[in-house]
Design a protein around this ligand. Structure first.
Ligand code: A2P
Length: 272
């Protein structure tokens, strides 16, 4: 094995897949459960908007403690952004939530994922359905010009328990209009539809129920899901994915992948 060879020859064992050490550039806390942070991006780090990567911190014994995180920044960005939950007894997030600018974070070398434009067939209207931190991959895709080159209309839904949990998506989409790269592209094309399940809000209820009752489409003033024109991306808890996927299938859409692009794609929202 490589280990035995290294030991026998005394050569340094350099793992080409080992994470790189990146620097925290900024941190913003939204609620006691949610925050985002930005880190340096190595020149060699390539990814497609919507993909995820392993990130983490060294454990006390020096070994890396890594978890999958969707990259929330677009592929063209010089920095990398992540949107994270804070779990008080979560091995990684309980520590990650204390990071400050200047601190080091470990970044994996192999981004991957299914929530990419290449896994979908061309269409007219792209839906991105998210709950909780499942908004992260869509924070990347709504900032990518390619999204607007491929679709006439982009509708992002974000459902959370409480109104304060919608701050990140709300601010991000509101600020996009001023973005030098995609500002003009999003005008009249991108719409954010938010709903809350445990607090009063303009729209109430789970996204699955809003699709099922047709209220989502009424509120948006669009025709119901149609496999000839509509494409979907889904990111949330395992249950949310399964239930939203069932709605897509009921509407006649077929699940796609990188190898076989089709009409909708899914990915679990990762949480520490
Ligand atoms: P609810 O409050 O009715 O559980 P969580 O923080 O638990 O991940 O939930 C985030 C959001 O996703 C909540 O608004 C929650 O609604 C909603 N949700 C949870 N399970 C499902 C599901 N199976 N289908 C659709 N939405 C769901």
């Amino acid at each position: 094995s490589a280990d035995a060879t290294g030991a026998a020859t005394g050569a340094a064992r350099v793992n080409p897949n080992a994470p790189t050490e990146e620097t925290v550039l900024s941190v913003e806390h939204y609620t006691d459960r949610l925050f985002r942070f930005r880190i340096t991006r190595p020149r060699s780090f390539r990814f497609r908007s919507g993909e995820f990567v392993m990130i983490g911190l060294p454990k006390e014994d020096g070994r890396p403690l890594l978890r999958a995180y969707s990259i929330a920044s677009p592929a063209w960005d010089e920095e990398l952004e992540f949107y994270s939950i804070k779990v008080p007894d979560g091995p990684l997030t309980s520590r990650l939530c204390h990071i400050q600018p200047g601190d080091k974070v470990l970044l994996g070398k192999k981004p991957t994922g299914t929530l990419v434009l290449d896994a979908l067939l061309p269409g007219k209207r792209l839906y991105m359905f998210s709950t909780g931190t499942g908004f992260a991959p869509f924070a990347s895709l709504v900032r990518d010009p390619e999204t607007y080159e491929r679709y006439d209309e982009v509708i992002v839904t974000h459902t959370c328990r409480e109104v304060a949990e919608l701050t990140y998506s709300h601010n991000l989409v509101a600020d996009l209009i001023n973005d030098p790269l995609v500002g003009e592209m999003v005008e009249g094309k991108l719409r954010l539809y938010t709903s809350c399940t445990r607090e009063p809000h303009e729209h109430q209820g789970r996204i699955t129920d809003l699709i099922g009752s047709g209220k989502l489409f009424e509120d948006l003033g669009v025709t119901p899901l149609d496999p000839t024109t509509d494409r979907g991306m889904i990111c949330g808890s395992m249950e949310m994915i399964q239930d939203t996927k069932a709605r897509m299938i009921k509407a006649g859409l077929t699940e796609g992948s990188n190898a076989a692009p089709a009409e909708f794609v899914i990915e679990k929202a990762f949480a520490g």
